[in-house]
Design a binder for this molecule. Structure first.
Ligand code: ASP
Ligand code: MG
Length: 414
């Protein structure tokens, strides 16, 4: 007998028929003798609708009331799922975040889980009852409802699995696993049987949308085995996110990610002297702008140089504002920006052991005539910034060159 957490995303609970389908999947696990906690998202589209209402009424709303409103989508699906389970003879009850309780920080709208009380829920699970938990929500200091940031029910599920010391956390979604790249642009992308936490973390933060980045961090820290499965084809195998040691075959490159969500800012002719980087990035941090890639050129005359960095596209205006306001302290000649850039990344733990991986990437892009604007690397990834126009070409070319393409189905002879 195992203890498992099953998480269902918005498309999996999009209507009553699908909620009945979810109940049937949960029943299968219960019938196998497992203890089951279920975490649900809101019906797909619901959270967007709720966020829209709040913003419509007042763009400068109180973040605590935003949370009270947007957390309601999960309250509905948790209750409905418990009802659907009871209807097929499975004993179940719903739990809101505050009832569990899932204690979070007070950063409303993107709170962090601090601690989960498990005694009561564990006692309930031991009686064979299913616990259906509203994802995405918790309770903040001051006894106010909080939410975890968009896509946060993945994090609810992994955190609950860690707190309950569950044997695994199954994330049921609308895709059947984690792919070597986005199947919508790479038709020969393949489903990965296994992927390490480290690689999944890079993939998620570099643009793959299967799992919320924070949920992967949480899984990695607490060593929770996570399976990504399709609600609509649950027996297909999915992808196991696990320890590196549990992966036998380590390809140099495991996946290719991309994000169009980038903008590039260049400060021309900034003074090349101590304190300049602090004068630029300090105001950006204060404005809440996350800076990603950075390059500073050597100055030819030892006095002035150019500095380029990237920010999220949605933050571009705020970033430019912050820089302009700090202009007297920085002392640049010109400020230019470009929001038609994209970041393409290759990811793989095998990279540590294989030299020349980055070189293959640069050569492949050169052969396609794609200019690299900025490069950044870590131990297990190389990212390049390129013109948005070439994203698909770049991703496909890299997918082939690192041998990730699935073998095409054999042609049948007429
Ligand atoms: N319903 C929330 C959202 O749409 C949380 C989630 O689905 O994970 O962001
Ligand atoms: Mg989701």
């Amino acid at each position: 007998m195992a203890k498992i957490v099953m998480k269902f995303g918005g498309t999996s609970v999009a209507d009553l028929a699908r909620i009945r389908g979810v109940a049937a999947l949960v029943k299968r696990e219960v019938d196998r003798g497992n203890q089951v906690a279920v975490v649900v998202s809101a019906m797909s589209g619901e959270t967007n609708k709720l966020v829209g209402w709040v913003k419509d009424l007042n763009p400068l709303h109180d973040a605590r009331e935003y949370d009270a409103v947007v957390a309601s989508g999960e309250q509905v699906t948790a209750g409905l799922t418990a009802i659907a389970l009871s209807a097929i003879g499975v004993s179940a009850r719903s739990w809101m975040g505050w009832q569990v309780a899932i204690h979070t920080s007070g950063v409303h709208g993107s709170a962090r889980i601090l601690d989960i009380d498990t005694a009561e829920m564990n006692a309930q699970l031991a009686t064979g009852q299913v616990a259906v938990v509203a994802g995405f929500q918790g309770v903040a200091p001051g006894n106010r409802i909080s939410t975890l940031g968009r896509g946060g029910s993945d994090t609810s599920a992994v955190a609950l699995a860690a707190a309950l010391k569950a044997d695994r956390c199954d994330i049921y979604t609308d895709v059947d696993g984690v792919y070597t790249s986005d199947p919508r642009i790479v038709t020969r992308a393949q489903r990965l049987e296994k992927i390490s936490y480290e690689e999944m973390l890079e993939l998620a933060s570099l643009g793959a949308k299967v799992l919320q980045t924070r949920s992967v961090e949480m899984a990695m820290v607490h060593r929770v085995p996570v399976r990504v499965l399709s609600t609509f084809d649950p027996d297909k195998g999915g992808t196991l996110v696990c320890d590196e040691e549990d992966i036998v075959e380590k390809n140099p490159v495991t996946g290719i990610a991309y994000t169009r969500d980038e903008a590039k800012i260049t400060l021309l002719r900034v003074p090349d002297k101590p304190g300049v980087a602090a004068a630029i990035f300090g105001p950006l941090a204060e404005s809440g702008v996350n800076v990603d890639m950075i390059v500073q050129n050597v100055s030819e005359d030892g006095r002035r140089t150019d500095l380029t960095f990237t920010v999220g596209r949605a933050d571009l205006d705020r970033a430019l504002d912050a820089i302009r306001n700090a202009a007297p302290h920085i002392g640049y000649k010109d400020l230019v920006s470009d929001n038609s850039v994209a970041k393409v990344s290759i990811i793989g733990i095998g990279m540590r052991a294989h030299p020349g991986i980055a070189q293959t990437m640069f050569k492949t892009l050169a052969e396609k005539g794609i200019n690299i604007q900025v490069i950044s690397t870590s131990e297990i990834k190389v990212s390049v910034l390129i013109s948005e126009d070439y994203v698909e070409l770049a991703v496909r070319a890299l997918h082939s060159v690192y041998d990730l393409d699935a073998t095409p189905p054999q042609a049948v002879e007429a």
